[in-house]
Design a protein around this ligand. Structure first.
Ligand SMILES: Nc1nc2c(c(=O)[nH]1)N[C@H]1C(S)=C(S)[C@@H](COP(=O)(O)OP(=O)(O)OC[C@H]3O[C@@H](n4cnc5c(=O)[nH]c(N)nc54)[C@H](O)[C@@H]3O)O[C@H]1N2
Ligand SMILES: Nc1nc2c(c(=O)[nH]1)N[C@H]1C(S)=C(S)[C@@H](COP(=O)(O)OP(=O)(O)OC[C@H]3O[C@@H](n4cnc5c(=O)[nH]c(N)nc54)[C@H](O)[C@@H]3O)O[C@H]1N2
Ligand code: SF4
Ligand SMILES: [Mo]
Length: 694
């Protein structure tokens, strides 16, 4: 290992930006491990991160700009120069803008978050209201539910000071590995932990109280806890009296959910509901940890989360130490959002269907129905897609989206891999991984660090932001009005721009491999509401939402956090599809569609597994390990049955993103929450049959 060097850099295989030591020899990445001698890093890494060399040197990596030569979707490409690629983009985007208007071009980002502010700037400079992302299925619906109540961005749990933590719901050992050490710390400190999860996960195993509910019944459970809290006089009368709008109607409504009734709906024993309610309300300060996805991956998701979030106001745990509070400590300068606003001079896609999304100013358009918008030219023609990390498999009925992409006049995908979504494009551009680029980051506690380039980019891959900057430049050469001060400054200036609020300079940070504390950290404040009203129409916490009520007649939205049961209020014949289908609960070795191409990870489960309770399986004549067909009203896939007793009978769990059996083929494309547009990934219906074919 004579000339092996260690480069301080970052893993971004899942976007969590763990600091790592990269071992590099002769310009080649040999291996990685968690950064040593770095505050708050243990030296460990998760399975996905450790497999970095298989990610970086994957045979599916796109090496050069590639132009389609075959028919659309055929996947035949030829190598072109970057210059040619940029000219092709500028020419096509401007031609389409001239013919159909700027709104006919969509600027799209998949899961990666780090380049989004720059892409939004590009969309704004071009003049399109249609900047949209994968967050049309992730996080934003939870944020919307929160904002409808409190009028601000989600307030995270203040775990350092909490005596009770209500996890609703997250399986952080699998989905947020960097946080698992902190979770163990809470246990040691004696914090009472309540976990709400239909499966007995490792996280649930460590909790003091596990509320094992039926998926998608979260609203009924939260309303029932509220019923107990009010009935037993455990609520914060002062806070409620002064700051809550709609309490009397809510109080009356929750009476329908006495624990014995809620038990029938949720499957959680009444006494457990009472115990959880008493613990959360009585052993304060208490905070709620939320998740970006499972609750809102239901067609009743927004109202269910509104019911959960209402508990915070009810118990006076809003913006107090140990509760859910406006973010103390450092801002996140690595994320420029909030500073750049989406251009909203024209109607965006999704605006008619999901108006509250826009009223509550989610800074992007709602694009779950984009395939329909393209195919039907409603509300207007969409002709171009400039995408960075577009993966069609993440959406319900992925084949439908692929058809739509092929209908576009011009579709570019900037990607790491020649995925099936890339194969449908007119032009694919090679992006680079975090090992191949420089970046600035902010870590926990307000510590900033500079991530070095460990290796030169594979082939001719480039940093996404550099690509965005060059696209802007080429468009500006044709139309001087297309401009953006930040994107025109070059990449170093961009990093400095991001650092600006921290008071640090790029030069100084580069020379401090251990990182530096930001200078302008603001000190935590509590009870902000005593100084300024809530940013809602009533100025109070709206348990009864006036924004939702605006659309009572047109869209059927209700102001209270009402509970609707997707199992009974459905036209789907449950005798045909007796099981609840829950897709996408995170597995530690997988990350959506991206890492199946890495054999170290993919070989752990070679075929899609269909997790089924043995009691259900036996009734269907299915043995553990049998090939099975899963059939839903929307489609069918095959996989291997795995007996699993983590959940209760009646529910089938499948991970998504596999080309060998894509769970999303089973989800109906119109099966969405009417408020947020989020698909019901975790509460659809299916049956399972033994597959005789193999
Ligand atoms: N390894 C890995 N980590 C990831 C990801 C990944 O793909 N792989 N994805 C990232 C992304 S995009 C996200 S959004 C986060 C998600 O992060 P998490 O929310 O923590 O992850 P999930 O496993 O999707 O869901 C957590 C738990 O919710 C439970 N659950 C399912 N349905 C319901 C329900 O209806 N109600 C309740 N109360 N619980 C339910 C599941 O049993 C599961 O144990 O994970 C991130 N981290
Ligand atoms: N059935 C079901 N479907 C789901 C979910 C579920 O739970 N169940 N979860 C939903 C949720 S919460 C989410 S967040 C979405 C995630 O869905 P996706 O956006 O599909 O997530 P990924 O596959 O992780 O990433 C998309 C693409 O980005 C590429 N990429 C990675 N890094 C970079 C980069 O730096 N630059 C560029 N240009 N490209 C890059 C990857 O190669 C990948 O092809 O899936 C949703 N779909
Ligand atoms: S959690 Fe794993 S994959 Fe994600 S950044 Fe950290 S090491 Fe990489
Ligand atoms: Mo997500």
């Amino acid at each position: 290992m004579g000339d092996t060097k260690i480069v301080k850099t970052t893993c971004s295989t899942c976007g969590s930006c763990c600091e790592v030591d990269a071992y590099v020899r002769d310009g080649k990445l040999m291996s990685v491990e968690g950064a040593r001698n770095t505050p708050l890093q243990s030296g460990g890494m998760c399975a996905k991160g450790v497999a970095a060399t298989q990610y970086v040197y994957n045979k599916e990596r796109i090496q050069y700009p590639m132009k389609r030569v075959g028919k659309k979707g055929e996947g035949r490409f030829e190598r072109i120069s970057w210059d040619e690629a940029y000219e092709m983009i500028a020419e096509n985007l401007l031609r389409i803008r001239k013919e159909y208007g700027a709104r006919s071009a969509v600027f799209y980002a998949g899961y990666p978050k780090w380049y989004r502010p720059a892409l939004l700037r590009l969309a704004n400079a071009y003049g399109s209201p249609n900047f949209c992302t994968e967050s049309s299925t992730c996080f934003q619906a939870a944020a919307l539910a929160w904002r409808s109540l409190y009028g601000n961005g989600i307030c995270g749990p203040d775990m350092k000071n909490a005596r009770t933590l209500l996890i609703w719901s997250s399986n952080l050992y699998h989905s947020n590995t960097p946080m698992s050490g902190m979770y163990q710390g809470l246990k040691k400190r004696g914090v009472k932990i309540i976990d709400v999860d239909p499966r007995h996960t490792v996280t649930a195993h460590d909790a003091d109280i596990h509320l094992q509910l039926i998926p998608g019944t979260d609203g009924a459970l939260a309303l029932s806890m509220a019923q107990v809290i009010i009935e037993e006089d455990l609520y914060d009368k002062e806070f409620v009296g002064q700051y809550v709008y709609g309490f009397e109607e809510y109080k009356e409504y929750v009476q329908k959910f006495v624990p014995e009734e809620a038990e029938k709906i949720t499957g959680v024993p009444a006494e457990q509901i009472r115990l959880a309610a008493r613990t959360y309300a009585g052993n304060g300060p208490a905070s709620v940890m939320f998740s970006a996805s499972p609750i809102v991956h239901h067609i009743n998701g927004v109202q269910n989360y509104r019911a959960v979030f209402s508990l915070i106001a009810l118990t006076g745990n809003y913006d107090v130490e140990g509760g859910n509070r406006t973010q103390p400590g450092p801002f996140s300068p690595a994320n420029e959002f909030g500073k750049v606003r989406r251009y909203d001079g024209e109607e965006a896609i999704g605006q008619k269907d999901f108006p509250v999304w826009f009223d509550l100013s989610c800074d992007e358009a709602q694009c779950t129905k984009i395939a329909d918008y393209i195919l039907e030219e409603e509300p207007y023609p969409i002709k171009a897609m400039f995408a960075m990390g577009l993966n069609h498999r993440m959406w319900p009925k992925p084949g439908h989206l692929l058809d739509a992409l092929e209908k576009l006049d011009f579709y570019v995908n900037v990607e790491l891999f020649m995925s099936d979504s890339s194969k449908a494009a007119d032009l694919v551009l090679p992006a680079c991984t975090s090992y191949e680029r420089e970046e600035v980051h902010v870590g926990r506690g307000g510590r900033f660090f500079f991530s070095n380039k460990a290796i030169e980019p594979v082939g001719e891959a480039k940093n996404d932001i550099v690509i965005i900057m060059e696209v802007l430049k080429r468009m500006k050469q044709r139309d001087a009005a297309i401009s953006d001060e930040v994107l025109e400054g070059g990449y170093d200036a961009y990093m400095q721009h991001i650092l600006e609020p921290s008071g640090l300079t790029l030069e100084v940070l580069k020379n401090h491999s251990e990182g530096m504390m930001g200078k302008n950290l603001f000190s935590p404040v509590v009870k902000t509401y005593e100084k300024q009203p809530f940013n809602t129409p009533s100025g109070k916490v709206e348990i009864r939402s006036l924004v939702l009520e605006r659309y009572g007649e047109s869209h059927g939205y209700e102001g209270l956090p009402v509970y609707h049961d997707y199992r009974t209020e459905t036209e789907i014949d449950r005798t045909e599809y007796p099981f609840i289908l829950n897709t996408g609960s995170r597995k530690p070795q997988f990350f959506h569609a991206r890492v199946y191409r890495m054999s170290w990870l993919a070989n752990i489960e070679n075929e899609p597994l269909v997790d089924i309770h043995p009691e259900d399986a036996k009734r269907c004549g299915i043995e553990d390990g049998d090939y099975v067909k899963v059939v839903s009203p929307a489609g069918e896939i095959t996989g291997i049955a795995m007996y699993n007793v983590m959940g209760e009978p009646g529910i089938v769990y499948i991970y998504h993103g596999s080309s060998k059996g894509e769970a999303n083929e089973l989800i109906g494309k119109d099966y969405v929450d009417p408020i947020s547009g989020f698909p019901g990934y975790k509460g659809y219906f299916c049956r399972v049959e033994k597959e005789e074919r193999r």
